[in-house]
Design a protein around this ligand. Structure first.
Ligand code: EPZ
Length: 419
């Protein structure tokens, strides 16, 4: 059966309000972390994403009970029967590497296949593995399979990451929570999703401090218990819908967001000439004036401009008057939206870490192909602005990170359907 496509009739202004769902990049490590509790955890604001469904399949394969009702997931990790994740499940979702720290922390043993590279380039895990080895893990790599053991309880370590890796910070936190002694993670990632994971773990009885700063301290505890927790809103999805308003010259109220997570992203939209008005749990954006080019957008670890918003902003800048430059400092291969946006008539030259975008007066619809999650979202934005019909295929990429993107956009005036 061929996969469905999105059909977008562009040229309509986005206007209205959208409620933003829970953060994919927070709920995935939180679901893995429920393994450590050994009890019943209830996770609210859990988005209906394919990566979430994959995580629930992994939890069930390990022996947990996992039940989803609306955007609440209940996990009982009382009886875990396995420490191994099948290759098929590991291939379904690259970020399942974060289960390594959780399984190791709970069972002292974990076996899983090395997550292949992905669309963004090779996704090395050397920083994860060196951090876990500092905690005492013995890790053997053989033909793409990792076999990890912790001979005794984790007794703490002082670990400095060579770069502030989000996943490595999460894996070390997860492996260090149960045990004795104190683990200090220096040059830790500062993304809000790290603080959300720490918030969940502390709700389960962990003793973590410094989350959100470059130095996270985990004091080992004997055991954890189940907890009820609400996941933070998705700041990248919020930025995507801000982009939809910006590229169509519309306006949008985004509800259920945390503006304090989004300063660097908001600043780029303001530089484009958008009016952005943050409130406590919502953001209003209007793009009444023609968009202006942004001289330089550099992706950086948080609190810098997020790499996940880079393809989104690239799409919007294709319609901004003047020349914009984007420097992608995080991933090697993250300009994959460029060739597809060029098919819509965009003027983008991308080479190495740098992309130069000359704003054009009009984009025109055509068939496009999503190559990864955020590049796919960028094509949807391009289609909203392009005259005529744009199709976007390979929707499985987009469905990993956006809960029914067409329903959300249709609710604010887009002419978009899936079939
Ligand atoms: C997380 O990926 C996010 N995924 C990514 O979001 C996001 O782009 C990234 O953080 C950066 O913010 C999830 O949270 C599930 P990293 P992660 O480890 O943890 C290099 C999306 O679109 N590196 O911070 O894999 C790595 O190659 C996804 O939602 C090593 O060299 O990111 C990259 O260049 C895409 N060795 C840089 O660090 C390592 O051991 C940042 O990677 C680990 C990472």
């Amino acid at each position: 059966m061929t996969e469905s496509k999105l059909y977008i009739e562009g040229g309509r202004k986005i206007s209205g309000e959208i409620g933003v769902h829970g953060a994919k990049n927070s709920v995935l490590p939180v679901l893995a972390a429920t393994l450590l509790s050994g009890g019943v955890c209830v996770i609210h604001n859990c988005p209906a994403l394919s990566d979430v469904f994959s995580s629930c399949r992994i939890l069930r394969s390990l022996g947990c009970k996992c039940r989803r009702e609306g955007n609440t997931v209940e996990i009982d990790s009382g009886s875990i029967s396995d420490y191994e994740i099948s290759e098929q499940l590991m291939r379904e979702m690259r970020s399942s590497i974060v289960f390594l720290g959780a399984i190791l922390g709970r069972l002292r043993r974990c076996r899983l296949s090395f997550p292949g590279g992905c669309e963004l380039g090779p996704r090395p895990i050397d920083i994860h593995l060196s951090g876990l080895r500092r905690l005492g893990a013995k890790i053997y790599e053989d033909h793409g399979v990792l076999d990890c053991t912790l001979s005794g309880a984790v007794t703490g370590a002082d670990i400095t990451l060579t770069l502030p890796s989000v996943g490595a910070t999460e894996n070390i936190m997860l492996a260090a929570v149960l045990g004795t002694g104190e683990t200090v993670i220096r040059n830790a990632a500062r993304e809000p999703e790290i603080a959300d994971l720490a918030g969940f773990l502390n709700a389960c009885g962990a003793d973590i401090s410094g989350q959100g700063s470059s130095t996270v301290t985990v004091r080992g505890v004997q055991s954890l218990h189940g907890a009820e927790y609400t996941v933070m809103p998705d700041r990248i999805v919020a930025a995507t819908y801000m982009g939809a308003a910006a590229i169509t010259g519309g306006e949008l109220m985004l509800k259920g967001v945390r503006p304090s997570d989004m300063y660097s992203t908001v600043s780029v939209f303001e530089q484009m000439g958008c009016g952005v008005y943050p409130y406590s749990d919502r953001i209003y954006i209007s793009a009444k004036k023609p968009l202006q080019a942004v001289k330089t957008v550099r992706t950086m670890p948080y609190p810098g401009f997020p790499t996940d918003c880079q393809p989104i902003v690239m799409a919007v800048l294709t319609k901004a008057k003047g020349t914009s430059v984007i420097v992608e400092n995080i991933f090697e291969n993250r300009f994959r939206a460029a060739p597809e946006l060029r098919r819509l008539g965009a003027d983008i030259k991308a080479e190495g870490k740098v992309a130069v975008i000359e704003g054009v007066a009009r984009l025109s619809g055509t068939a496009t192909v999503a190559t990864d999650l955020r590049a796919g979202a960028a094509l949807v934005l391009g289609g909203l602005a392009a005259e005529g019909t744009t199709t976007v295929s390979n929707l499985h990429y987009i469905d990993r990170g956006y809960e029914s993107i067409e329903t959300a956009l249709r609710s604010v005036g887009a002419r978009i359907r899936r079939n």
